[in-house]
Design a protein around this ligand. Structure first.
Ligand code: AMP
Length: 394
C-alpha cells in the first residue's frame, strides 16, 4: 500500500514533528567526522521550511546511551552543524519530552527545534505508548525520514504514528520507491548480486529473492561455502561449515525453480588477507590448500557481465572481494562500473557496498544507494519494516 509523502501534508502554519537519522560518527573530542546523514536530510527539512511550517521539531538518536543521559551523546554538535548547513539558527533543547520542552518550543524564536537524544529515555526503544504520546503532542503532523531505524518499532518511528497523521520524508520515500517497489514486484529480468563475508547474514535474503529473481550472482567470502557444497576445493578461503548443507539445498532449489545461481569460476588468491603482495590469479575453480580466495577472477568477471547485461533491475548487497584492499578490489570495481553503464535500475544496499561505490566514484551513477544497513537487509528479506508500515496509507 502506498504511503503518504510529506508532499501530501498541508504544512502551512503547522508544527511538524520529524524523525531524522542524525546518528553521525564523532571523534574522541566530540567532533563530527562525517556529516553525510545531516546533509542527506536537508532536502526534506528545507521542503518543510519552504512550505511554511510554524515549527519544525526534529528528533533523532545518537549512539547507544541505553536509556541514560550521557554527556558525550548529546545532540549539541549536531545542532551546530545543522545550523551551519541550513544557514539559520537551530534551537537545541536539553530533553525531548515534558511540559517544559513543550513550552520552550512554543517560545522559541527559531523555526527549527532539535530535541535531545531520544535514547536518553529507555522508553524510546521500548516503544512506550505514553512516551510516544508525549512526543506526538509536540507536532500536528509526523514525518519519518530515518530509514536506518525504520526496521525498529520505536516510539519515535512507530509509536508516534498512532497519534498523528504520518508521512514519509524524501529519503524514506526514495527507499520505498526503489528498494520496496523493486523487491515487491520486480520488472524482469531482475538479478541479484550478493557478496560480503557471511552466508548466515544473507540466508533470509536468498530465500526471499530466489523465487523473484531470474539469477542470483554470488561472490565475496560467502561464495566459498556454496563452492564447497559443489565439492570444489576452496583452500583456506572463508567457510561457514555449518551452512554447507543450506548452500547445497539452495543450489538444488534454484535448479527446481529454473533459476540460476552464478558462482565464481576463478579467483584472485593470496597467502592471506595481510599479504596483498602475494596476490595472483588462479585460472581454475579449485584453490590450492595453502591459499585464500579474496576476489573473483577475470573469467568470473566476464561470466557475471554476460549474465547481467540484459537485466532491467539489479539489486546488490555485499562486495565481491575484499574491496577495501586494492589488490582484491578489481571484481567489485569492474562489475560496478559495468552495471552503471547498463540501462537497468541499479540499487545498492549495505554499508560496505555503498563505501565501495564511493571509493570507485560510482555513487552518483547508480540509481539508488540504500542508506540503512540493517533496514535494507531486512527489506531484501521481505520483512515488513514497522517504521514504514505504520505510516498513513495514501
Ligand atoms: P558484509 O558485511 O557481510 O557485507 O561483508 C563485507 C566484507 O566482506 C568487506 O569488508 C569485505 O572485505 C569482505 N569480503 C569480501 N570478500 C571476501 C573474501 N573473499 N574473503 C574475506 N572477506 C571478504
Amino acid at each position: 500500500m502506498a504511503k503518504l509523502s510529506i508532499k501530501d501534508l498541508p504544512l502551512k502554519n503547522k508544527r511538524l514533528l520529524m524523525r531524522v537519522d542524525f546518528n553521525v560518527p564523532q571523534d574522541e573530542s566530540g567532533q563530527i567526522t562525517d556529516d553525510i546523514r545531516i546533509r542527506a536530510s536537508l532536502p526534506t527539512i528545507k521542503y518543510a521550511l519552504d512550505n511554511g511550517v510554524s515549527k519544525l521539531i526534529l528528533m533523532s538518536h545518537l549512539g547507544r546511551p541505553d536509556g541514560e543521559v550521557k554527556e558525550k551523546l548529546r545532540l549539541n554538535p549536531v545542532g551546530q552543524r545543522l545550523s551551519k548547513l541550513l544557514g539559520e539558527k537551530v534551537c537545541k533543547l536539553d530533553d525531548c519530552i515534558g511540559p517544559e520542552i513543550a513550552e520552550s518550543i512554543k517560545k522559541a524564536k527559531e523555526r527549527v527545534v532539535l530535541l535531545e537524544n531520544l535514547r536518553f529515555h529507555k522508553e524510546e526503544e521500548k516503544n512506550d505508548p505514553n512516551f510516544a504520546k508525549q512526543l506526538a503532542s509536540l507536532g500536528d503532523f509526523f514525518v519519518n525520514d530515518a530509514f536506518g531505524t525504520a526496521h525498529r518499532a520505536h516510539a519515535s518511528t512507530e509509536g508516534v504514528t498512532h497519534y498523528l497523521k504520518s508521512a514519509a520524508g524524501f529519503l524514506l520515500d526514495k527507499e520505498i520507491q526503489y528498494l520496496g517497489e523493486a523487491l515487491e514486484k520486480p520488472v524482469q529480468p531482475f538479478m541479484v548480486i550478493l557478496g560480503g563475508v557471511k552466508v548466515s547474514d544473507k540466508i533470509a535474503v536468498i530465500e526471499n529473492l530466489l523465487p523473484k529473481a531470474q539469477s542470483i550472482l554470488i561472490g565475496g567470502g560467502m561464495a566459498y561455502t556454496f563452492l564447497k557444497a559443489q565439492g570444489v576445493k576452496i583452500g583456506k578461503s572463508k567457510l561457514e561449515a555449518e551452512k554447507v548443507d543450506f548452500a547445497g539445498e539452495i543450489l538444488k532449489k534454484a535448479q527446481q525453480l529454473g533459476k540460476k545461481i552464478v558462482l565464481p569460476l576463478d579467483h584472485v588468491v593470496a597467502t592471506g588477507l595481510d599479504s596483498p603482495q602475494t596476490a595472483k590469479i588462479i585460472n581454475d575453480v579449485n584453490i590450492p590448500d595453502d591459499l585464500v580466495g579474496l576476489d573473483i577472477g577475470p573469467k568470473t568477471i566476464k561470466l557475471f557481465k554476460d549474465e547481467l547485461k540484459n537485466a532491467l533491475i539489479i539489486c546488490w548487497n555485499g562486495p565481491l572481494g575484499v574491496s577495501e584492499i586494492k589488490e582484491f578490489s578489481r571484481g567489485t570495481k569492474e562489475i560496478m562500473e559495468f552495471i552503471t553503464n547498463l540501462k537497468a535500475v541499479t540499487i545498492l544496499g549495505g554499508g560496505d557496498t555503498a563505501a565501495a561505490a564511493s571509493q570507485f566514484k560510482l555513487d552518483s551513477l547508480v540509481t539508488h544507494i540504500s542508506t540503512g544497513g540493517g533496514a535494507s537487509l531486512e527489506y531484501m528479506e521481505g520483512k515488513v519494516l514497522p517504521g514504514i508500515a505504520a505510516l498513513t496509507d495514501r
